[in-house]
Design a protein around this ligand. Structure first.
Ligand code: PHB
Length: 405
């Protein structure tokens, strides 16, 4: 906890300096804009008009609870800012991404072509993010991804129009590989994840740093996504492999079933469970309860983080929704913050100007700790080592350290 408290002090000073610098720059940019680029009257008129924003999250399917957290985080930011983004009234149109590209692509297409939104925030599922990438790139409308970790979205398929306030599937898992290898001291792990883009990429990220640090993989299996309710055949195979531990990625309803069955089959005592933090995040942790105790994960957030931004965020979120925030809430809250700053800074209302301005927003003083967009449009951020513990009668993701590769 000392480490985290240290980070929060650095954060406070850094954030204050960044706020001051941003204020000076904004002032300078505002003056230059009104005196040189366009008549002042025109600029204030365009700044007064409402801005249409699309919120594309799962409202149905296995990831629906994640979508709810994202909506809550996005709405909280708006509530705290008089319903405005970039000083303009925000008109939000919601759309359901569902469980895959077959539902996600048409929903995104409607937002862009029919509703004519200025930007879209959201997307939980990697396969959907990959499926909608060309739509946004070709329409020149910014997409601020507030979850989906698909590596290529900020890699081989990067676009000027696609930004991400979340993580890449590789990064979140690469962060913990060496730590697990050290814990294993030469013993092997078994790998389990859902059989779709994110499952494969998350495990590849883990294997990369785990094996580089001397870790051994006893075997791996990818379970049918959204359809697997009974994990017993996979868990039996993991046990028979002789591995000393399991590393997994599951989220939403699948994470609840997986962790509960892992415990019911008596594996928690025999084979420690590690994973990316989605495995024990938010509502799923409440549903897993005691079955999750001892699981160690990597993530860029825990609602247990000890910093002033998180303290204020957790308090406001609890007051608004009578629930604790999750990484999904923070990613959407920060997407609203980034869009707010970008709309303020944009030269005009075009998607091109907004996308360009996203590159100028600088440091975001977030509940996760300070972060900024890197050159590839992904956050440069800290990953935390978390362990599920029981504290004051509740199960929580206690922060037990920071992860460095
Ligand atoms: C993804 O599909 O990229 C994904 C979905 C749920 C998560 C994390 C990543 O919790």
């Amino acid at each position: 906890m000392k480490l985290v408290r240290g980070a929060s002090v650095r954060l406070r000073h850094g954030a204050a300096a960044a706020v001051a610098a941003t204020a000076v720059l904004a002032l300078a940019a505002g003056c230059a804009g009104s005196s040189l680029d366009q008549p002042a009257a025109e600029s204030s008129a365009s700044k007064g008009a409402a801005v249409k924003v699309g919120l594309l999250v799962p409202l149905s399917g296995v990831y629906a609870p994640l979508g709810k957290d994202m909506k809550n985080g996005f709405d909280l930011y708006l509530d705290q800012h008089d319903g405005k983004l970039g000083g303009r009234e925000a008109k939000v149109t919601e759309a359901d991404e569902g469980e895959g590209p077959q539902t996600g692509v048409p929903a995104a297409t409607k937002l862009v072509q029919q509703d004519k939104v200025a930007a879209v925030v959201g997307v939980v599922n990697s396969a959907i993010a990959l499926g909608v990438r060309n739509l946004f790139d070709e329409a020149k409308i910014p997409l601020v991804i507030a979850n989906a970790g698909a590596n290529d979205i900020t890699g081989s398929q990067a676009s000027d129009y696609v930004w991400r306030t979340a993580f890449s599937n590789a990064a979140v898992n690469e962060a913990i590989g060496a730590t697990v290898a050290k814990d294993m001291a030469g013993k092997s792990v078994y790998i389990l994840a859902p059989d779709y883009a994110a499952g494969k990429e998350q495990m590849a990220g883990f294997k990369k740093t785990f094996t580089a640090a001397g870790g051994k993989v006893a075997g791996e299996q990818y379970t049918p996504f959204g359809k697997t309710q009974d994990f017993q055949p996979y868990l039996s195979k993991a046990e028979r492999s002789g591995a000393a531990a399991v590393y997994a990625f599951y989220a939403g309803a699948e994470a609840v079933a997986f962790v509960k069955q892992y415990d019911q089959f008596g594996l928690s005592d025999k084979m420690p469970l590690y994973g990316s933090g989605f495995l024990t995040e938010g509502g799923v942790l409440a549903a897993q309860g005691g079955a999750a105790i001892g699981i160690k994960t990597s993530l860029h957030y825990s609602n247990q983080l000890d910093n002033p931004e998180n303290a204020a965020f957790v308090k406001a979120y609890q007051a608004a929704y009578d629930a604790s925030p999750t990484v999904y809430s923070v990613q959407a809250y920060d997407a609203a913050a980034a869009l707010d700053k970008a709309l303020k800074a944009a030269d005009d209302e075009s998607g091109a100007a907004i996308a360009k301005a996203l590159g100028t927003v600088g440091e975001i003083a977030s509940p996760r700790g300070p972060w900024r967009f890197g050159a590839n449009h992904d956050p440069e951020q800290t990953y935390y080592l978390r362990e599920v513990k029981e504290q004051n009668g509740a199960v929580v993701n206690a922060v037990i350290g920071e992860l460095t590769n």
